[in-house]
Design a protein around this ligand. Structure first.
Ligand code: GLU
Length: 367
């Protein structure tokens, strides 16, 4: 089971976009040691935009999406080359992988990405992953690769995800603005964080912040993966965190009964194309009895989707908080025709129709 190490923009590069040579040298040395001791290592790194900004002499982070994407294209090659060179000095081979949320969303590319990464690990190659910023915008706008790292961890059933950042742990409030903030060593349940004002201020060079780390930790722990947030700049911290040292950073306890990777894929990777509002009876049956969703329980259909797409599921009248997400067997137009109808009436309209609008096997409850 591999360990995924995610290096944030502000760890890989300084405020001007210069590579932090000694920090990267140290992180790679720790990763290479782990790799040599028999633990597969996957590196997810940001910093392409930041590096590109300096190489292009832009003088600061642009706001226009095309400029961020183009900066990334300029910086990515150099970032990757640098990692490759550092790993080579430890006799470790690397591979550059660029992924987007869309790659995770389509089942076939998801499976292909998994097979490629697995093969690289079989060959003892360290994958060095970044988001493909040219076509994607997700991690540029929010996340700084935190979600990408969580998705990769689930994809590979990682033993641990280490989010290396510029602060040594999660604090009870943002230590940049509150001097009474104290470190949090372990989070067993995300409800423990309710009421804490976790810093979500992104730095000048990246788009992350503690909030996106907590969300990434929620995603990965749901898949049974332990997550550690630690300093990427403190000597030896990444290696200790990766090895499970309790004294390093903030540890997020993995769920004891993780959801299957297919359900996690539906929940976190597959983009919802619309939503279904279900009546009280259906909401209760979905929640308490683990049933499939039948057309009769659907009150409203929103958005445009076809069968095989994912949709959010809401209790009617409470559209703020989805209760589930699933893959539909019908298009939005078909569901608009058959919503509220019992199965025999549906059969009359569509003789070859399946009973379920969303089958239980393709449904994940989220509340
Ligand atoms: N993929 C981006 C990068 O490597 C993420 C960082 C950001 O949002 O600035 O630069």
């Amino acid at each position: 089971m591999p360990v995924v190490i995610k290096v944030g923009s502000n760890v890989a590069t300084d405020e001007q976009g210069g590579l932090r040579d000694s920090v990267l040298e140290s992180i790679v040395a720790q990763a290479a040691e782990l790799h040599k001791s028999g633990t597969d290592v996957v590196l997810v790194t940001s910093g392409a935009i930041s590096r590109g900004i300096q190489l292009l002499g832009l003088g600061g982070r642009p706001t226009a999406m095309a400029e961020l994407q183009a900066s990334s294209a300029v910086g990515q090659g150099q970032i990757y080359r640098h990692y490759d060179h550092l790993f080579a000095s430890h006799d470790v081979k690397t591979a550059q992988i660029l992924l987007t949320a869309a790659d995770f969303s389509a089942r076939a590319s998801y499976v292909n990405a998994k097979q490629t990464l697995r093969k690289l690990l079989d060959w003892h190659v360290v994958p060095v992953i970044n988001e493909n910023d040219t076509t994607a915008t997700d991690e540029i706008t929010f996340g700084d690769n935190d979600f990408l790292a969580a998705q990769v961890s689930i994809l590979l059933k990682a033993r641990r995800l280490v989010l290396a950042t510029d602060i040594d742990s999660l604090y009870t409030s943002d230590p940049n603005i509150d001097s009474s903030a104290t470190p949090v060593h372990r989070v067993n349940d995300f409800a423990e964080l309710d009421g804490l004002s976790i810093g979500d201020s992104a730095t000048a060079i990246g788009s992350g912040g503690m909030r996106s780390k907590v969300v990434a930790a929620e995603i990965a722990t749901a898949g049974g993966i332990e997550v550690v947030v630690c300093s990427g700049k403190k000597e030896g911290a990444v290696g200790r965190a990766a090895a499970g040292d309790e004294g390093e950073g903030t540890h997020f306890t993995p769920h004891k009964q993780p959801q299957s990777s297919f359900k996690l894929w539906i929940r976190y990777a597959k983009e919802a194309r619309g939503s279904l509002a279900v009546d009280d009876g259906a909401a209760r049956a979905l929640r308490d009895q683990g049933t499939s969703l039948l057309p009769v329980g659907i009150a409203e259909v929103s958005g445009e989707f076809t069968s095989g797409d994912a949709v959010g599921i809401y209790a009617v009248g409470d559209e703020r908080q989805p209760i589930g997400k699933g893959i539909v067997n019908y298009s939005a137009d078909e569901l608009r025709r058959i919503k509220g109808l019992k199965s025999d009436a549906v059969q009359e309209l569509m003789p070859h129709a399946t009973d379920e609008a969303v089958h239980r096997d393709n449904l994940v409850m989220t509340d």
